[in-house]
Design a protein around this ligand. Structure first.
Ligand code: ZN
Length: 306
C-alpha cells in the first residue's frame, strides 16, 4: 500500500533471508521498462489477487486491471505496433472472470494472458474458469497463461485452448534436486530404469512417476543417465551417481546439469504436444499420458504457482 492508501504491485529485492527494498510499480514505471526492452510481446500490468480475497476486492482487481490495460496501451510507442497481451483476471468468481474477458476483448490487443491462476484455486475450479473465459475471447488471437506448470495442468490448458505458457516448473524441480522423468512418446516410451521401480520404491527415495530425487542415496552408485535414451548434454555425458555426488558436496554444477536436462525434457514434452496436435491426436496423447501417470500414482495438481 502506498502513502495514498492505493495498493500497487511491488517488485521486491531480497537478500538470502531479508527484504532489501521494495519498489511500487504503476503503469507508467512498468511501461518505461517494457519500452526499454522492446519485446516482441508483452503482458499488461495486472492487479492479481489470491483465490481467498473478498468479492469486493476481486471486483476492484478486475476494474483496476482494465484501467491499467488502457493506461499501458496509451503508453506503448506507436512505431512498435500492437504487441500487448491484455490480462484477464477475476480470481475464482466466474462472473468476474467473464466480465474481465468480455471487457478485455473490446480493447485493441494482440492477444490475451489469463492471469491469477496458481494462486490457491483447485484444479477443478481452474478448468471451469479457463473454459468459461476462453469462450469469450476471439479465437484468432493468441492466448497465454502463467502460473501453472505440472504436465497434467499443461495438457488441461492446451485442451481448453491455451497457446503459450510461461512457467517456473523446471526451475523449481532443479532447485529441489529433481530430474524430470515422465514419459513423452506414445509409440516408444523412454525408460528411466533398466528394471522399473515400484511407486513405493520411488516414493522412498523422494521421487514419483514424474521425477526422481537426485539427493537420494538410492542414486549414489547408479551409473545410468537421468533418463535412458535422453539426448540432452547431461544425459549423454553424466550419470545419476555423479550428479548425486555433486549435490551432496554442494557443487553448483549439479544445478546446471539438472537444469539442462529439465529444460530439455520439458521442451520435448511441448514438442510431443505440438506433434500430436499436428496429427490430430491430441486427445489420444492426453488420455495416454494421464492414464500412464495414474497407473503409477500421479501427484495432485498444484494450487500454487509453477
Ligand atoms: Zn537428459
Amino acid at each position: 500500500m502506498n502513502q495514498t492508501g492505493k495498493v500497487l504491485p511491488r517488485w521486491v529485492l531480497l537478500s538470502r533471508r531479508h527484504l532489501v527494498d521494495a519498489y511500487q510499480v504503476g503503469p507508467a514505471k512498468y511501461m518505461e521498462v517494457v519500452n526499454a526492452f522492446k519485446p516482441d510481446l508483452w503482458v499488461s500490468l495486472p492487479d492479481e489477487v489470491p483465490s481467498w480475497v473478498a468479492e469486493k476486492r476481486n471486483r476492484l482487481s478486475v476494474d483496476r486491471t482494465l484501467q491499467w490495460l488502457d493506461q499501458c496501451l496509451s503508453l506503448q510507442p506507436a512505431e512498435y505496433g500492437n504487441r500487448c497481451l491484455g490480462v484477464v483476471v477475476g480470481s475464482t468468481s466466474l462472473d468476474e472472470r467473464i466480465r474481465s474477458a468480455e471487457q478485455t476483448a473490446t480493447r485493441n490487443v494482440a492477444g490475451f494472458s489469463l492471469g491469477g491462476f496458481g494462486l490457491g484455486e483447485d484444479a477443478a475450479q481452474r478448468a471451469v474458469q479457463m473454459e468459461a473465459v476462453l469462450t469469450k475471447l476471439p479465437k484468432e488471437k493468441v492466448r497465454h497463461v502463467s502460473g501453472i506448470g505440472l504436465p497434467e495442468e499443461i495438457l488441461q490448458a492446451v485442451g481448453a485452448g491455451i497457446d503459450v505458457f510461461d512457467s517456473i516448473y523446471p526451475f523449481m524441480l532443479t532447485k529441489g534436486g529433481y530430474a524430470m522423468t515422465f514419459p513423452l512418446n506414445m509409440e516408444n516410451s523412454q525408460r528411466s530404469f533398466d528394471s522399473e521401480p515400484t511407486g513405493e520404491e520411488l516414493a522412498r527415495s523422494g521421487g514419483d512417476s514424474a521425477k526422481i530425487n537426485l539427493r537420494s542415496v538410492a542414486y549414489r552408485l547408479d551409473n545410468a543417465p537421468l533418463v535412458i535414451g535422453c539426448k540432452c548434454y547431461t544425459c549423454r555425458k553424466h550419470t545419476r551417481a555423479y550428479i548425486n555426488h555433486l549435490i551432496n558436496t554442494h557443487e553448483m554444477l549439479a544445478q546446471t546439469l539438472l537444469e539442462i536436462h529439465n529444460t530439455y525434457h520439458y521442451l520435448e514434452f511441448f514438442k510431443a504436444i505440438r506433434h500430436s496436435i499436428k496429427l490430430d491426436k491430441f486427445h489420444d496423447f492426453r488420455n495416454w499420458f494421464t492414464s500412464t501417470r495414474q497407473k503409477s500414482g500421479t501427484p495432485s495438481p498444484s494450487k500454487s504457482r509453477q
